[in-house]
Design a protein around this ligand. Structure first.
Ligand SMILES: *Cc1c(COP(=O)(O)O)cnc(C)c1O
Length: 684
């Protein structure tokens, strides 16, 4: 990460921006006068392709949540939720959690499994578990456990703290609690405690040495009834996408064929083979391609049958997690998307397992899945306010006097500028590319002056802008060479959030997350924008978006209106993003509101709980500062200045109070809802 303090300060400070003038010169085409409909917004932001039916635009152009997918009468309007949060003094950035979406996803997963099991005449049952690592938040886990009670839906833990939480949370004696991840003696001991508490614990062995330790511990404790033991197989089938290293011969997890045989021998020798009930594999998160899933199930089911034939009394076939989320709406086998849906995934799991087992005359196992992303991704979103924008390319031809003494390159460009029209834009683009190159060479040779260079750059960029506008307004496909220009003209919308805290995967692994304004969806968005966050880091930005044509470096947003709040939603943040956030620049956790659907309420919802984000005192304590000491030090400095007569005592007290107050308040920016005076010009 680069520290760009100097530069970013400039961007974030109140530097007055030059007026935005180029666009005034642009000739309008008939498209500018066409109406913009809600359908157009739907196409631009692709809500129906990525939101699984949860996010919709109402007839007034406001974004709504349709948690139960029952139509407009039941919509929860995001702007009404925000008004309610404001009354509660919750400032932006703000995370909204829709608990009904969580419940709905748990239900969909279980009901679809049950339905396909029945349809296939499959003999086993479905026992899903939720992998706590995807979102450990207590309210989230509790909601999932509660919604899953009727389906005996359990929990999966991958570390000691997660297990400690899972042991307390999973009180359904019929559902499973599965332990994955590398384990030390204490972790294994916690699993034995779970067994003593009468929970359906399965300890999944990741490597041989864990089994040695487990056997030792069971003997030491003299347990008559050991917990269930699972074996994690290492498949040679590999996934594609960003998590492909979780599987394949060189994955860091799982037992190879020789390892499995070694485990069986040890289990037999210690009379524990009877406890070995589960075969597990997990080939990676966000599996983009259904063919990978088919291959994995086939390979896994073969291993299952082989182990059964070797006398291992397995009963559960645990196919891990990995159901992907269609983040970019493309429905393709690419990293931010998937080429299948839930039904197809489940049909493959059930029918392939059935076929492989039938062939070997092995009883159908109970099926376990550990899909987390599928359950939680949709239920939360982050809302940020835009507090300004910066325009990196801002030139005005009218600021210059052009005359006969200008160099011929300047004259040529000026002519092209004046003759520009709808039919010659591509030719003009090719001409100005050459002229600009010649100009730079000429400048280096001392043939043209700095003033002439300034004229050339201004004419060049102004023409580029006209060309883009022309392309965007035409019905034709935009040529690639012009498309490449668009991000250069994009406006950076300064957004009150931290990429590192709230959308870590957009930064870390180039994951696409849907981004859209929450209001004005019945107005044409005519700004090509990128989002810049408030950290002092050049990586603190979002510059990859979904669009109807595929991936784009910019997103269409509306011009900022004076004194009017402009809110942007970043969606599908419920899986992993919540928890992977870090404290870059010490922004910390953000404010949160938990929303429940309620038909009886006027606005279809109520806010069940709000959670305050971090105060500055909190994030500072986490890096070893004592808020008390900090206040004391500042007070001492002020006292000295007062003693020297440099500050009046009354003012000294005021300053100390201000430091104190600031220390105990929210870390993010407070937007007085008026945009900075110099930045609030409407951009048209
Ligand atoms: C991460 C993980 C999961 C969850 O994967 P999703 O892609 O979120 O469904 C399940 N099982 C194991 C072992 C994991 O490591």
């Amino acid at each position: 990460m680069k520290d760009l303090h100097g530069q970013e300060q400039d961007l974030l400070g109140s530097r007055p921006l030059p007026p935005h003038q180029i666009q005034q010169n642009i000739c309008l085409s008939k498209n500018d006068f066409q109406e913009w409909s809600i359908e157009d917004s739907n196409e631009t932001y692709q809500f129906s392709n990525w939101s699984d039916g949860y996010f919709k635009i109402d007839s007034h152009g406001n974004l709504c949540v349709d948690v139960l997918q029952q139509g407009e009468k039941h919509y929860i309007k995001l702007n009404e939720v925000i008004q309610e949060c404001k009354r509660d003094n919750l400032e932006f950035p703000l995370v909204l959690r829709f608990h009904d979406i969580l419940r709905n996803q748990v239900k969909k997963l279980n009901l679809t499994f049950n339905q396909i099991i029945q349809e296939a005449g499959y003999q086993g049952e479905y026992f899903g578990v939720f992998p706590v690592k995807v979102n450990q938040m207590r309210e989230v886990v509790e909601e999932i456990v509660d919604a899953g009670l009727e389906f005996n839906y359990g929990l999966e833990a991958g570390s000691k703290p997660e297990l400690i939480a899972a042991l307390a949370n999973n009180n359904n004696p019929k559902s499973l609690t599965i332990l994955n991840g590398y384990k030390d003696r204490e972790y294994l001991k916690l699993s034995l405690l779970g067994k003593r508490l009468k929970k359906n614990i399965v300890v999944v062995i990741e490597k041989f040495s864990e089994l040695v330790e487990l056997v030792d511990l069971i003997q030491e404790e003299g347990m008559e009834e050991p917990p269930m033991i699972g074996l994690r197989g290492k498949l040679s089938t590999r996934s594609s996408g960003k998590w492909s290293d979780s599987s394949g011969d060189f994955a860091k997890f799982g037992l190879t064929a020789p390892d499995l045989l070694k485990c069986i021998k040890l289990l037999k020798e210690n009379n524990l083979l009877g406890a070995t009930k589960l075969l597990h594999f997990h080939v990676g998160s966000q599996i983009p391609d259904i063919r990978t899933i088919k291959d994995c199930i086939t390979e896994g089911a073969r291993i299952y049958c082989e182990l059964k034939e070797l006398g291992v009394p397995l009963e559960y076939f645990d196919v891990g997690g990995g159901i992907g989320v269609n983040y970019d709406g493309s429905q393709t086998a690419t990293a931010s998307s998937i080429n299948y849906n839930l039904e197809e995934y489940i049909r493959d799991v059930i029918y392939i397992t059935q076929e492989v087992c039938d062939e070997k005359k092995i009883n159908h196992p109970h099926i376990v899945t550990e899909s987390g992303r599928y359950i939680t991704a949709h239920h939360s979103m982050i809302i940020t306010d835009v507090f300004g924008h910066i325009n990196l390319i801002d030139y005005n031809v009218n600021e210059f006097n052009f005359n006969n003494n200008d160099h011929s390159i300047v004259k040529n460009l000026k002519e092209l500028y004046e003759d520009f029209n709808r039919t010659n834009f591509l030719e003009t683009f090719h001409d100005i590319e050459v002229l600009k190159e010649e100009a730079i060479a000429a400048f280096k040779l001392g043939v043209i002056s700095l003033v002439e260079r300034a004229k050339i750059e201004t004419l060049y960029w102004s023409l580029c802008q006209k060309i883009i506008q022309e392309c965007e307004n035409s019905e034709h496909v935009i040529p690639d060479e012009i498309k490449a220009l668009i991000p250069k003209f994009s406006q950076k919308y300064l957004c009150n959030f931290s990429v590192f805290q709230s959308t870590a995967d957009t930064w870390g692994i180039g994951q696409i997350l849907p981004v859209a304004p929450l209001t004005r969806l019945n107005e044409r968005p005519d700004i090509n924008a990128q989002l810049a966050d408030i950290t002092c880091d050049s990586d603190g930005k979002i510059d990859a978006f979904l669009s109807k044509e595929g991936r784009s470096k910019t997103v269409k947003l509306h011009g900022l209106e004076k004194g009017e709040e402009y809110l942007i939603g970043i969606f599908l943040t419920g899986a992993y993003q919540d928890i992977m956030g870090d404290n870059h620049n010490l922004f910390g956790r953000v404010n949160e509101a938990h929303i429940y659907f309620d038909e009886e309420e006027d606005q279809n919802f109520y806010v069940e709980e709000t959670i305050r984000g971090n105060k500055k005192s909190h994030v500072l304590s986490s890096v070893q500062y004592s808020p008390y000491e900090l206040c004391k030090t500042i007070k001492q400095s002020l006292d000295r200045l007062i003693k020297n007569g440099e500050i009046r005592p009354r003012e000294g007290v005021k300053l100390a109070d201000f430091y104190d107050q600031s220390l105990f308040s929210y870390t993010y920016l407070t937007n007085s809802s008026n945009l900075n005076k110099s930045q609030n010009k409407k951009i048209q």
